[in-house]
Write a protein that binds this ligand. Structure first.
Ligand SMILES: [Zn+2]
Length: 459
């Protein structure tokens, strides 16, 4: 059999060699010159420094930024994009969301246990694809998608976007949340023991061996971050359990986020040196102080009070907690925990449904109510988000060598944060996704994998 394969392959190799000699093969993609795009930015916002530089030129070669500065020459043959009347800035990050879970008032009474019984992984993956496009349209170029994603719909989305099947933000998927006995569910014995009901929404890991196995499985299937349910049950993970998960995740290049809902869970996460704490509700001022000291990132998931979600009392608490975390100088990210839908999610003036991007940007209301300065909100939405997503080696800032992910709005978000609600221009990986306020996604669609993924084991 092997011999036959060799005899089949050799003539093919010879044919290829002859073709190369005759010089008739098309130029391979790698040898083709990369397209050059030049952006003329009227105002270029650096959220890290909180400053704006006027009349800057950004030169982009292929997917990456080549040069940034004033008075740069436009290379011959370059496509010029005139944003001279706009503020250009790096793309936004939602540091904690769920794009493939959409629980509803009808028919499941907001009970996501039922959503997962009623909606298949393929259906939920397609919902995620739509949500990703809507998020990119509002300027979100990086999204941490952390759990409740059916059977690895999140890692598939990352791969599909990376390979060039469809447009979307860079997805940092966690795979299923790892927890003990039932994840966030409280299943019946029948459902738990005989139907394994919590999988694939959660992976049960009840001992050190099971924690190691669960972390490895998620990384094997494409997770880029690990999400632990620290205290979903009263028998919560110990400091040693969390440390073990952090060590194991590090072997696959992943950082660990803890879902935290109690003060004790928060303290154990801090003591273990976790990378991100998700949900700010249970955190005390003393937790904030310790987090700031250790550089632990907060994904507070700060739900605003709107006609479609929230209560006044909960909103007051959320605002006070966010304010305290900011005062204590915790590394803050913009995060939503978005995973629901109802019929009231409409523009109050037009009656039209809000997009996932618009709903996400409504979380700005919490930050405004907490009187966080615009410069710090912008930092949370960009630089701190890239840190949380762990992409800073090649994605985020508008600097030479980095992927060209950038957005533009006609206002100035440093003086009016709501200018972010009117993103007119979006570029992802050097390709224009939105121009003059209209999606132009043609360049992103292909009938095959045109880009090589960065691989499951490398970042
Ligand atoms: Zn969440």
């Amino acid at each position: 059999m092997f011999g036959r394969l060799v005899t089949l392959l050799i003539p093919m190799a010879l044919t290829a060699a002859v073709t190369v000699v005759s010089g008739q093969t098309p130029t391979p993609a790698a040898a083709r010159p990369l397209p050059v795009t030049v952006i003329k930015a009227g105002r270029l916002l650096d959220p890290d420094a909180g400053t704006v530089a006027l009349n800057q030129v950004i030169v982009i070669e292929g997917e990456r930024i080549k040069a940034v500065g004033a008075n740069l020459a436009v290379p011959a043959g370059a496509t010029v994009i005139d944003l001279s009347k706009m503020t250009v800035m790096p793309g936004l990050v939602d540091a904690h969301t769920h794009t493939t879970l959409t629980y509803k008032e009808q028919p499941e009474n907001n009970y996501y246990y039922l959503t997962y019984v009623m909606e298949s992984t393929p259906l939920r993956a397609i919902q995620g694809a739509s949500n990703m496009i809507q998020l990119l349209n509002s300027g979100f170029t990086v999204v941490r998608d952390v759990g409740n994603n059916a059977l690895y719909a999140d890692t598939a989305l990352r791969q599909a976007i990376e390979q060039g099947w469809l447009p979307g933000p860079t997805v940092i998927p966690s795979g299923p949340m790892i927890g003990s006995t039932g994840g966030q569910y409280w299943p019946t014995p029948e459902m738990y023991k005989y139907h394994n009901i919590m999988y694939p929404e959660y992976i049960d890991a009840n001992s050190p061996d099971e924690i190691v196995r669960a972390v490895r499985e998620n990384m094997l299937f494409g997770a880029k971050t690990i999400k632990l349910c620290i205290d979903c049950k009263p028998w919560m993970y110990s400091v040693d359990d969390i440390k073990l998960a952090i060590r194991e995740a590090a072997q696959g290049g992943c950082k660990v986020e803890g879902h935290v809902q109690t003060a004790e869970g928060a303290q154990r996460s801090i003591d273990a040196g976790i990378y991100i704490i998700a949900h700010g509700n249970a955190l005390t001022p003393d937790h904030h102080r310790q987090m700031a000291e250790k550089g632990i990132i907060l994904a507070g998931t700060d739900t605003p009070l709107t006609s479609y979600r929230g209560s006044e009392a909960a909103f007051k608490r959320t605002v006070a907690n966010l304010r305290d975390a900011w005062e204590k100088k915790v590394v803050l990210t913009f995060s939503t925990d978005f995973d629901y839908w109802n019929d009231r999610m409409r523009n109050e003036k037009t009656g039209e449904y809000l997009t996932r991007g618009e709903l996400t940007l409504n979380f700005l209301e919490t930050w405004k109510a907490a009187r966080i300065p615009n410069a710090d909100i912008l930092k949370a939405m960009t630089i701190n988000g890239y840190l949380a997503a762990d992409v800073l080696k090649d994605r985020g800032p508008i600097k030479p060598g980095f992927y060209a992910d950038l957005i533009a709005t006609s206002g100035d978000p440093l003086t009016d944060i709501d200018a972010l609600r009117a993103v007119q221009f979006v570029m992802k990986n050097g390709m224009v996704f939105k121009k003059d306020g209209v999606m132009t996604p043609e360049a992103f669609f292909h009938p095959g994998p045109v880009r090589t993924p960065t691989g499951r084991w490398t970042r």
